[in-house]
Design a binder for this molecule. Structure first.
Ligand code: 5GP
Length: 341
């Protein structure tokens, strides 16, 4: 009998602090909420002003525009996209795979579209100490550039990156339409809650945030702004257009465009000669039905957000988050014709 004792003693005295922690607060995604309409004096959505002006904490630069950004993916952040989006005062984070010659040609033909005083430091995991040091280093070397850095999803890391010199923090781990991070790693954070918590942290330090990923319709973009995002970055919603990158495919008389994550096997084969042995791809490839010119989609998104603002009584996009009350829902759309767009 005595031989059982050591084992019993081991079970009865677990090592303190070794237990995993569960955060029992419910964290929400765009699909879990709707915006509650409010009494308003606005007569028409045409009265709504979607432009915003910001003054950045560290660069001291100012910005005025409609704060929606095409993602820095080679299928979305193209020169063709930038040319159209700049007509609507939207940003395009141009992807990093253009050559210097291509840049020179674009710059000479579109001098009005260029904003060269922004630097986007984009890594899948913005939590590494190495990345924080990198942000500090870039801030030292480019004191007057506006630095966007990410991605992170929690307030303490937003604060650390801002205090290290970043102006705008990219928020989102795992919500992207072609992202497989949550499946491959089990890591992530529901995007609406991430935006609410990170916006609060950033605004406390006079910093700004981008809600990056997870928007599937104009209503989601409005919810991201309502949650406190200063900018919203879009990938999937801008994919599949004439201006998007990715191969055009025709099958059974229907057109599709390839859209893939920047850490997908397809992107890694294209740019780095394949997936390195020590890592797994964290993105996938999809075929998006061809949607024609992106201008229609942009008008649809901007029209949707203007309408959101009239429902909650916000005359300006700036007022949207102050006028926002989210209600938790179990269903947001009627699914009866869900296959019909
Ligand atoms: P979407 O608007 O398509 O939902 O999300 C776009 C965002 O997904 C991008 O801005 C970027 O942050 C993220 N993303 C793009 N490619 C990948 C990828 O291959 N893996 C992961 N984890 N995220 C990606």
């Amino acid at each position: 009998m005595t031989s059982c004792l050591p084992a019993l003693r081991f079970i009865a005295t677990p090592r303190l602090g070794a237990m995993p922690h569960i955060d029992n607060d419910v964290k929400l995604d765009f699909k879990d909420v709707l915006l509650r309409p409010k009494r308003s004096t606005l007569k028409s959505r045409s009265e709504v002003d979607l432009t915003r002006s910001f003054s950045f904490r560290n660069s001291k630069q100012t910005y005025t525009g409609v704060p929606i950004i095409a993602a820095n993916m080679d299928t979305v952040g193209t020169f063709e996209m930038a040319r159209v989006l700049c007509k609507f005062s939207l940003f395009t984070a141009v992807h990093k795979h253009y050559s210097l010659d291509q840049w020179q040609e674009f710059a000479s033909q579109n001098p009005d579209c260029l904003e060269v005083n922004y630097i986007c430091l984009d890594v899948a995991n913005g939590y590494s100490e190495h990345f924080v040091e990198f942000v500090k280093d870039v801030r030292k070397r480019f004191p007057q550039h506006t630095i966007m850095a990410g991605n992170v999803v929690t307030g303490e890391m937003v604060e650390e990156l801002i205090l290290s010199g970043a102006d705008i923090i990219k928020v989102g781990i795992g919500p992207g339409s072609v992202c497989t991070t949550r499946k491959k790693t089990g890591v992530g954070y529901p995007q609406l809650s991430a935006v609410m918590e990170c916006a609060d942290a950033a605004h406390g330090l006079k910093g700004h945030i981008i809600s990056d990923g997870g928007c599937s319709c104009p209503g989601d973009v409005a919810k991201a702004f309502g949650a406190g995002a200063d900018f919203v970055m879009l990938g999937g919603m801008l994919a599949g257009h004439s201006e998007s990158g990715g191969e055009l495919i025709e099958r059974d008389g229907k057109k599709y465009k390839l859209f893939y994550g920047m850490s997908s096997e397809m992107a890694m084969k294209k740019y780095s000669g394949g997936v390195a042995e020590y890592r797994a791809s964290e993105g996938k490839t999809v075929e998006v039905p061809f949607k024609g010119d992106v201008e229609h989609t942009i008008r649809d998104i901007l029209g949707g957000i203007r309408s959101t603002c009239t429902y909650v009584g916000a005359a300006k996009l700036k007022e949207l988050s102050r006028r926002t009350t989210f209600i938790r829902v179990t269903q947001q759309v009627n699914p009866i014709f869900s296959d019909v767009s």
